[in-house]
Design a protein around this ligand. Structure first.
Ligand code: 5AD
Length: 440
């Protein structure tokens, strides 16, 4: 067997794409290795969402170059590969091959040609590509990502994704449900449905509401999650399906981007502060105990202090459970690049600090309020530090608890005994293996 080393950066869809890439490369006779120096092929699956994501990859490519020995190959795949295309070959002479998110089927050919000394790229969009016949090579465990939609048709002015992942397309509901059925048969009990605006899913016959209900009905599936939705695509049908499907977890990651209606308009987000808050209200009315997290950009071109204060007021009004906060990063070719009105690094840095402080203090209060409660958790893995296990509640809070590796992949009811601010501490209240998930 030939050996492939692959590093993955960016979003969950990249993680899922790496599993597809591994599924394809297995057919080409590759097995995965964690040791770059002994690999026949080194791949970096990249992100292009912000400049720092790309800088990190450029740095890593420089390091991986050390392992090149005249026999092995170095490839760049994913969104940065798509964005820069062949120009990345000019910029990085040690890179042999390039493939964008729709180009993974060509990898076998690209590897062959690169092995003969050609430097090659496939960055063509294929609006039909779902890798439907490819069996993703998953790492195992109780949780799995399932891509249900690829690409994006939105035109948010800051965003590079439409230029890196091409037009939006949804898989057929039957195909998705068959895949989830197969996963459940192998012990998966939690699925996360992935799409760029996942709740706009539509396969021509069925919408996202149908998909949620069908995913929840698969025997053995106990938790259904999805990411990331767009506020405008939360139709009444979708919210009803969430409320009526017990398997759908009480957590939505709902990117707000800004709390200023003026900025939201310039971002072409197609909602304003009021309609965003209205969406939050509808979700909370329908789904008791739902946790909400968000993405926020500060320093978008032309953002004034007054605009930023609107974002702070939105954060306080909604009381998000957590937020990913970003400093605006200009992306080549996006409409926002032409807006001018650059916000200085000092100003956006200072706004970012204030925002993070606000988000943290709200999260702390919310997490502290959970102390004393009993919650069902799915044990995921050994926590990064110490001997504790990392588990997750239905509303997506991380709970650290004592246990053994045998507990991983099982469900337990834990009592929350404390919080470090961002994470919860729990003690097992009662251990319940997931009976359905262990039947194969
Ligand atoms: N600059 C900063 N953050 C961005 N995001 C997307 N594009 C940019 C950009 N140009 C953020 C958004 C999105 C998340 C995945 O990344 O908040 O929801």
């Amino acid at each position: 067997m030939k050996k492939v080393y692959i590093e993955t950066y960016g979003c969950q869809m990249n993680v899922a794409d790496t599993e597809i890439i591994m599924g394809l490369l297995r057919k080409e006779g590759f097995e995965r290795t964690d040791d770059a120096s002994s690999a026949d092929l080194m791949l970096v699956n990249t992100c292009a969402i912000r400049d720092n994501a790309e800088q990190r990859v450029i740095g890593r490519l420089g390091e991986l170059k050390r392992h090149k020995n005249g026999q092995n190959l170095l490839g760049v795949v994913g969104c940065m590969a798509q964005r820069l295309g062949a120009s990345l070959l000019d910029r990085c002479p040690h890179v042999d091959l390039i493939a964008g998110p729709d180009g993974y089927r060509s990898l076998g050919q690209l590897i062959l040609r690169a092995g003969e000394g050609d430097r090659v790229a496939d960055t063509e969009f294929k609006a039909w590509e779902h890798y439907e016949d490819v069996t993703p090579m998953r790492s195992g465990g109780a949780s799995a990502f399932v891509t249900v939609q690829r690409g994006c048709d939105h035109k948010c002015t800051f965003c590079i994704v439409p230029m890196t992942r091409g037009p939006e397309r949804s898989r057929r509901l039957d195909d998705v449900i068959n895949e989830i059925g197969g996963l459940a048969g192998r012990g998966v009990s939690e699925v996360t449905l992935l799409g760029q605006t996942v709740n706009s899913y539509h396969d021509g016959k069925s919408d996202f509401a149908d998909l949620l209900r069908a995913a929840g009905a698969v025997p053995g599936i106990r938790r259904v999650r999805f990411t990331s939705p767009h506020p405008n695509d939360f139709t009444d049908r979708v919210i009803e399906a969430m409320a009526e499907t017990p398997e759908v977890c009480e957590h939505v990651h709902l990117p707000a981007q800004s709390g200023s209606s003026r900025v939201l308009k310039r971002m072409l987000r197609r909602y304003n502060k009021e309609t965003f808050v209205e969406c939050v209200r509808r979700l909370r009315d329908a789904v008791g105990g739902i946790a909400l997290t968000t993405d926020i950009i500060v320093g978008f071109p032309g953002e004034t202090e007054a605009d930023f204060l609107e974002t702070m007021s939105l954060v306080r009004e909604v009381e998000f459970d957590d937020a990913f906060t970003f400093r605006y990063s200009v992306r080549d070719g996006t409409p926002a690049q032409k807006l001018g009105d650059v916000v200085s690094k000092e100003v956006s840095g200072e706004r970012l600090s204030r925002l993070i402080e606000e988000v943290r203090s709200i999260a702390r209060v919310k997490n502290a309020a959970m102390v004393g409660e009993a919650r069902e958790v799915l044990v995921e893995k050994v926590a990064r530090r110490g001997e504790l296990l990392q588990s997750r509640t239905r509303n997506n809070k991380v709970v650290l608890l004592e246990g053994t590796e045998e507990d991983i992949g099982g469900y337990q009811t834990v009592r929350i005994t404390g919080t470090t601010g961002s994470t919860l501490i729990g003690i097992p209240a009662r251990s319940v293996r997931n009976e359905l998930a262990v039947v194969t």
